[in-house]
Design a protein around this ligand. Structure first.
Ligand SMILES: N[C@@H](CCC(=O)N[C@@H](CS)C(=O)NCC(=O)O)C(=O)O
Length: 219
C-alpha cells in the first residue's frame, strides 16, 4: 500500500499528480508543512529533512518529490515511464535540470510576485529571478518548438516533473509569452485532469529576516 504524506498545498501535489496519472490507489495523509507537523519525531522518522512530500510503499520510505515520481514511473510502467535506458537517462536528466535550473529562481520570482506579503515584495528581486530563468526557459522553448514532448512523442514523467515545478508560473501570474512553445506546452500539461490539485495552492510565506535566510531558502 502506498501512502503519500503532505498537504496538496505543498510539493506533495506533484506526486499526487503522478499517482493519479498512473491510476494507482493510495492513502493520503495531508501533513501540514506550515504548522510544524513535518518536524515532529514521528514524521522525522519518515523524512529526516522535516519536509513534505514523503512516500511509503510498504517498507520503502522515500523523500524528494521528483525522485518519488521517477520511482513511481519505473515501478508501474506504461507511457509515462522510460521505455529503455536511453529514455531513463533523458528523463532523469530533465528532472535534475528542472530542480537545478528552474525551481529556485522560479520560487524567488513567485515569492516576490505573490507568496510574500505585499509589503515585503521586491520588484528588483523579481526581475533578477526572471533574468536567471531566461536561459533555461529559452532552452526549453527551443526544445519544445522542435519536439511535442520532453522525451519521446508522448507525455511522460519528464513532462510531469518539469510542469509540476512550473505550476508556480500560473500561480504567480508570470507571463511566458516570450517563450511561446513553452507557454503552450505548460498550459496543456497543467490542464490534464490528473494535475488539478495544483489549482488549490494558496499560501503566503514570510520573507526571511536576513540575507542569510534568503540564501538558505532559495539557493
Ligand atoms: N526538494 C524537496 C523540497 C520539499 C519542501 O521544501 N517541502 C516544503 C513544502 S512544499 C516543506 O515541507 N517545508 C517545511 C519545512 O521546510 O520546514 C522536494 O521536492 O520534495
Amino acid at each position: 500500500m502506498i501512502t503519500l504524506y503532505g498537504s496538496m498545498h505543498s510539493r506533495a501535489n506533484r506526486c499526487a499528480w503522478m499517482l493519479k496519472e498512473l491510476n494507482v490507489d493510495f492513502h493520503h495523509e495531508p501533513t501540514n508543512f506550515l504548522d510544524g507537523s513535518t518536524h515532529n519525531p514521528e514524521f522525522l522518522q519518515l523524512n529526516p529533512n522535516g519536509r513534505v512530500p514523503a512516500l511509503m510503499d510498504d517498507d520503502l520510505k522515500l523523500f524528494e518529490s521528483l525522485a518519488i515520481n521517477l520511482y513511481l514511473a519505473k515501478k508501474f510502467g506504461g507511457p509515462l515511464s522510460p521505455a529503455d535506458m536511453g529514455e531513463d537517462a533523458l528523463m532523469t536528466q530533465w528532472t535534475l535540470w528542472a530542480v537545478t535550473e528552474i525551481e529556485k529562481p522560479l520560487l524567488l520570482a513567485a515569492a516576490n510576485n505573490v507568496l510574500f506579503d505585499e509589503s515585503s515584495r521586491s520588484q528588483d528581486e523579481f526581475a533578477i529571478a526572471l533574468q536567471k530563468l531566461s536561459r533555461p526557459w529559452g532552452v526549453l522553448d527551443k526544445h519544445l518548438s522542435q519536439h511535442s514532448h520532453i522525451v519521446g512523442n508522448r507525455f511522460s514523467v519528464a513532462d510531469l516533473n518539469i510542469a509540476s515545478v512550473m505550476t508556480l508560473v500560473p500561480i504567480a501570474a508570470i507571463d511566458l509569452s516570450p517563450w511561446p512553445a513553452l507557454d503552450k506546452w505548460l498550459k496543456v500539461s497543467l490542464e490534464r485532469p490528473a494535475a488539478s490539485d495544483w489549482k488549490h495552492v494558496s499560501f503566503r510565506i514570510p520573507r526571511p529576516a536576513t540575507q542569510l535566510g534568503m540564501l538558505s531558502m532559495f539557493i
